[in-house]
Design a protein around this ligand. Sequence first.
Ligand code: SF4
Ligand code: SF4
Length: 280
Amino acid sequence: MPPETGLLIDNDKCVGCQACVKACPFAALSMKDKKAVVAAAACNLCGACVPVCKFSAMRIVRPEAAAGAPSPVDLAAWKGVWVFGEQVDGVLQRVVYELIGKGRELADQLGEPLTVLVPGHGMDAACQALLEYPVDHVLQVDDPALEHYAAEPYAAVMSDLISARRPAVVLAGATSIGRAFLARVAVAVRTGLTADCTGLDITPERELLQTRPAFGGNIMASILCRRHRPQMATVRHKVLPEAAKAPRWALASIPKAPPETTAYPFSTIPAAQSSPTCSP
Ligand code: SF4
Ligand code: SF4
């Protein structure tokens, strides 16, 4: 017999308090014989009711989890941690340095490289300066069309590069820019996005553990992205300390490949020519 899926209510634990009924935004719960019952057709498995039940009478079993469905992607092929190098008027935002600090920790836990992706125009000096921080690569995407933020070209560039290079983790600041375009990227590359994280860690299974406040800040939710890649998160500004300067040039690889061009019409990645510092 296939395992039960959906919102499951344990009648032995349900005391009929009705708290879950009031918490459901979709009117999918009601009471029958002093027990909560769910209308499966109305329930979208949003999960809002589960933490409300103080008697642990509710749980959600999603169909794919119950079936033990394999991931649609080869998880092992996705490696490395990326940080979105958000810039405004050519100036990298402070949250980038905060993300470099956390990204370094995560990359070291995984034993994989940390890359900062900088879309923009005329950002050569800023990219060079980034290499004073503990990053392995700075991936500069230089084009006049990227000089100022615009959701569509930024999202297209990042989506192209993610699909081509397959990082395991992508982090961005939970700024107005990060929030606006990373959701587009997540949709384009068919993965999840955890917004406004306050904590990030790597589990023993090498997954990104994303922590964020939920339900008005009453609980801290721990979120995993188990079946899709990359694992994407935005992090609030000033939650994490900034990285200290600690260049890793000796560890940075020097690419010998010719310049690459993504499928995106105006995103080109200049290869390191005279310098190994800004490199794909
Ligand atoms: S909140 Fe829990 S105990 Fe209360 S009615 Fe709902 S399932 Fe039952
Ligand atoms: S999971 Fe969401 S939609 Fe379903 S019953 Fe609970 S609160 Fe309502």
